[in-house]
Design a protein around this ligand. Structure first.
Ligand code: DAH
Length: 347
């Protein structure tokens, strides 16, 4: 029996040390120390031994069990450590591997120009108003003193969505052809003093070519307060144009006609390319038209419930695409809306 125990000890220790995973180690434990294990089997035969041998063999058996139990614990610890080290090695982050490049978007050239102009006006105390692109004929035309018969009201010029009901002159629904209806929408909702700009999309039945698009952008401006005169209009717009084109830029205010302003004007800036001599940029004119403006027509003010004995105002509307084209040297308007990233990346 001594020999048997010594053999078990030797074999079991060998098996424990060569167990390379937790499951294999547990199998070895069951094989030797389990209820039906080899060591247990030996102990069960103790009864057959002579009385004087029993304590000696018993002690030996205990020693074997202890040795095996300790060896199993040790091996188990060693296995856990190896597993942890393997895991740590596998999960190491190599900070020297180059990262994946994420393409960063940036502002569209139109947004750059709109944001810049918005900054100039908000710096002067203006607020930004936004309104619907789908508009009533009433706001796009009637309340802006644009009577029936005006070419802008024709189906050939403006995108109508519905002809309107009993009162087609006002009920007709259309894609706004200008940002000017925002003047009315603001004046109906806000009491003077009013200082707003309203940037947004407008739509006209124009064929797309290098200088036209059926959808483009305008920025509307409106000031209504006590004692507002043409001098305020000129002073403010000159300031804005200086901020946009540089402190030495020259402007020209030409008489014009718009139904919703009286008097009305168009404002030109002297061509920065040729200094007024005439070149291809200004088409030989020496001047470049940048906006329409005027004193808000009393009929428009009164239609919005504003007392013209107390208040007066001025307004302007400018096209954003033309400004962006000049600013960035874009030769074809269509490029602005094609949104080819190779084009957009340049701004
Ligand atoms: N809405 C006009 C257009 O699209 C531009 C315009 C002219 C706006 C004079 C105004 C203004 O506010 O006072 O041609």
């Amino acid at each position: 029996m001594r020999e048997q125990l010594a053999n078990i000890r030797q074999e079991a220790l060998k098996a424990i040390r060569s167990a390379n995973a937790a499951a294999a180690l547990d199998q070895v434990r069951v094989q030797y120390l389990g209820k039906k294990g080899e060591l247990t089997a030996v102990l069960k035969q103790m009864g057959k031994l002579p009385a004087e041998e029993r304590p000696v063999i018993g002690q030996m058996a205990n020693e074997v069990r202890e040795a095996l139990t300790n060896a199993i614990a040790e091996q188990s610890k060693a296995l856990a450590e190896t597993a942890l080290n393997l895991k740590l090695a596998a999960e190491t982050v190599d900070v020297t591997i180059p990262g994946q490049r994420t393409a960063l978007g940036h502002k569209h050239p139109l947004s750059i120009v709109i944001d810049e102009i918005t900054d100039i006006f908000t710096g002067m105390g203006f607020q930004v108003a936004e309104g619907p692109e789908i508009e009533l004929a009433e706001y796009n035309f009637t309340k802006l003193n644009t009577e029936e018969g005006h070419p802008g009201r024709e189906w050939t010029d403006t995108f109508y969505i519905s002809a309107g009901g009993d009162d087609p002159k006002n009920d007709a629904v259309l894609l706004r052809s200008q940002t000017s209806p925002m003047q009315v929408r603001v004046m109906e909702q806000q009491k003077p003093p009013i200082r707003i700009i309203a940037p947004g999309r407008v739509f006209r039945k124009d064929e797309a070519d290098a200088t036209h698009s059926p959808m483009f952008h305008q920025i509307e401006g409106l000031v209504v307060d006590k004692g507002i005169t043409m001098a305020d209009l000129k002073g403010t717009l000159n300031e804005v144009i200086r901020a946009l084109y540089g402190p030495d830029s020259k402007t020209r205010f030409r008489p014009h006609h718009f139904p919703f302003t009286e008097p009305s004007c168009e404002v030109d800036v002297q061509c920065v390319e040729c200094g007024g001599k005439g070149c291809s940029v200004c088409k030989g004119e020496g001047w470049i038209e940048i906006l329409g403006a005027g004193m808000v027509h009393p009929k428009v003010l009164e239609g919005c419930g504003i007392d013209t004995e107390v208040y007066s105002g001025w307004a302007f509307g400018m096209g954003v695409e033309r400004l962006a084209m000049r600013r960035f040297g874009i030769k074809d308007l269509r490029l602005i809306f094609e949104n080819d990233v190779r084009f957009l990346e340049q701004f």
